[in-house]
Design a protein around this ligand. Structure first.
Ligand code: G
Ligand code: G
Ligand code: MN
Ligand code: NA
Length: 254
């Protein structure tokens, strides 16, 4: 059976699952959000990560249906956290290039928000630089439609893409996610610190908030705090875990 066929079947029978990775505000070390990360719970092979199947889902177009499932599941989870009386958290959902270029993404997001009954401010859509570079006017229109729904918009893996800074000013984006490559370099050399500092300063000068990804050590967290980075995400705080484990984590965190 082809991987494409297996993925379709897996989606149909409910073998995909979202894991959740915590995000913490550095100033007061308070849990403020999470990123939803898809996993395939394969009956024979165990947990399979997205790097093994997202590229195929992209190529075949299945990502559109899968992405819709991710949005619905993420919003259902937000609703359930609310019912379980967790403090209000923001949940980040990754949007793929193909999904972004589907004509009706804003309608899809609006529909999922309405059906789930979540507060749109709790939903954050993670976009990449390459999506924002594609086509000026239609991209701007779509971003405005999304922003008008009340969701927030982040740029994922910031610094790894085209790094044309013009779009940062032009588009209604709220947050820059500093790629973990830069965070890893923080410990190594002065250049690493200079780059991270420059990204944080640039973001702040445009009134954007910053989340550093892939934070693994206390010394990285301390350097980021000193540079005024707003939030961190990474193994230092917690790995991506199934929903039930995340709820337990959230209850015990503060
Ligand atoms: O979960 P992990 O850390 O292995 O994620 C690897 C990559 O897969 C990340 O870059 C992330 O952007 C991508 N990814 C994870 N979950 C999703 C998802 O639900 N949709 C899309 N489009 N990409 C995802
Ligand atoms: O969306 P994005 O591609 O940024 O997804 C984050 C990816 O980074 C996921 O694959 C996640 O499992 C991984 N990740 C999250 N925290 C850490 C970390 O502290 N260190 C490393 N090496 N990877 C991480
Ligand atoms: Mn991401
Ligand atoms: Na990233």
């Amino acid at each position: 059976m082809t991987l494409e066929r297996s993925l379709r079947d897996a989606l149909k029978v409910g073998q995909f699952e979202l894991f959740y990775q915590p995000q913490v505000k550095l100033k007061e070390m308070r849990l403020v959000g999470a990123e939803a990360l898809i996993r395939w719970r394969h009956p024979e092979l165990g947990i399979i990560g997205p790097d093994k199947f997202i590229p195929v889902a992209e190529q075949t177009g299945l990502i559109v249906e899968m992405g819709r499932w991710v949005l619905e599941s993420a919003c259902a989870e937000l609703r359930s956290w609310d019912k379980q009386e967790l403090p209000p958290l923001r949940l980040g959902v990754n949007i793929s290039g193909r999904q972004f270029h589907e004509a009706d993404l804003a309608d899809t997001v609006a529909g999922v928000i309405a059906d789930s009954g979540i507060n749109p401010r709790q939903l954050d859509l993670e976009l990449t630089e390459s999506m924002l570079m594609a086509d000026g006017e239609s991209t701007l229109r779509l971003l405005r439609q999304l922003a008008d729904l009340g969701v927030s918009l982040s740029i994922d893996d910031f610094g790894t893409g085209y790094s044309s800074l013009a779009y940062l000013k032009r588009f209604p984006v709220n947050t820059v996610k500093i790629d973990r490559a830069f965070v890893r370099d923080l410990d190594h050399d002065e250049d690493g610190r200079v780059i991270a500092n420059a990204i944080i300063s640039l973001a702040h000068s445009l009134s954007l908030s910053t989340i550093a990804e892939g934070v693994e050590t206390e010394s990285q967290a301390a350097l980021l705090a000193r540079h005024g980075c707003d939030e961190i995400q990474g193994y230092l705080i917690g790995r991506p875990v199934p929903a039930a484990d995340f709820v337990a984590f959230a209850r015990s965190f503060n």
